[in-house]
Design a protein around this ligand. Sequence first.
Ligand code: URA
Length: 246
Amino acid sequence: MNRLQKIIAARGYCSRRKAEELMAQGRVKVNGNVITEMGSSFEDDVEIAIDNKPLVSDNEKYYYLFHKPRMVVTTLQDPQDRRTVADFFKSEKVRLYPVGRLDYDVSGALIMTNDGEFADYIMHPRYGIRKTYQALCQGKVSKYQIRKLMSGVNIDDDNYFTKALDAGILKYDEETDTSIIFLIISEGRKHHVKKMLIAADIVLEKLKRIAIEFLNIADVPSGKYRPLKPHEIKALYGIFKGQRRN
Ligand code: URA
């Protein structure tokens, strides 16, 4: 017997957290009955339907590194009919979903998978998965502002204290009076980087996530994706098991 959200994630439909959301919304049925109780346990091969569509078991796992373009939503459907990440994976036979989120106006690295357990690991704050961002900013970003990002700023209504694991100035262009900076964070509140930059008085023009840990999107053109290599998946599991590289 396992909890329903775990079975749904194991079948590759979505992450455990997402499954809990679907359950809370009354969209999950077991043997024809709506289940909203989070503690409900069933046999792994139980008959599940989501939005009245049967959920088949899918043992084969797929992992992709996607280079999300700007002006694409990180959801599978959009009520406003904007382009979604799912539009780029239509030719894949399994249903893939995004691991974590990138804002509509943010481009860059996004993992797409049908492995719910893996997605939960990547998103769990405990494992501190490092994400590297590159930001095009107005004016000349100062060393003081970079130090501020690294020593920590407060964001959100609860004054959450957060700092970059690393940050630096990559370039200042006098002609356009813009700077390119990078920062690495292991947290992921909504609009996290944007809020950190505001707190450091940095005016953002464009944000791009250039890497998730060692998965760099430099070799993946915008709007394209590549499968993760077995050694990359293994290395990520190494992090989850506490064998972090320095
Ligand atoms: N931080 C943001 O502000 N937006 C993103 O999409 C990711 C991190």
